[in-house]
Design a protein around this ligand. Structure first.
Ligand code: SF4
Ligand code: SF4
Length: 94
């Protein structure tokens, strides 16, 4: 049974690691984490946990948190896969 709801927010590579988004993400959700292996101390969003509330977006000082739906990433072929690709820098940082 495929999951019906996915998080559509992602952080791009220009994150400066300030942590504002991490504090903003609702406590029980806690979808944002610092990538331990990234020497720049950047953050990433766990798409499986994100509830699409958007609270983190206006708090980012460098506007690097994006809603993939507004960019058409979710439309058409492999939307969720594409979001994972956009976040791939986080998993490759190590
Ligand atoms: S959109 Fe909401 S749930 Fe998703 S990462 Fe941002 S604050 Fe957390
Ligand atoms: S608020 Fe923006 S710059 Fe700060 S850690 Fe989050 S994504 Fe990175």
């Amino acid at each position: 049974m495929p999951k019906e709801r996915y998080g559509h927010f992602y952080i791009d590579q220009t994150c400066i690691g300030c942590g504002a988004c991490d504090h903003a993400c609702p406590g029980k959700v806690d979808a944002i984490y610092r990538v331990e292996t990234d020497f720049l101390g950047r953050f990433a969003i766990v798409a499986d946990d994100c509830i699409n509330c958007g609270i983190c977006v206006p708090l980012c000082p460098v506007n690097c948190i994006h809603d993939a739906r507004q960019q058409g990433v979710v439309e058409g072929e492999g939307g969720y896969t594409r979001i994972r690709e956009l976040q791939a820098w986080a998993s490759q940082a190590g």
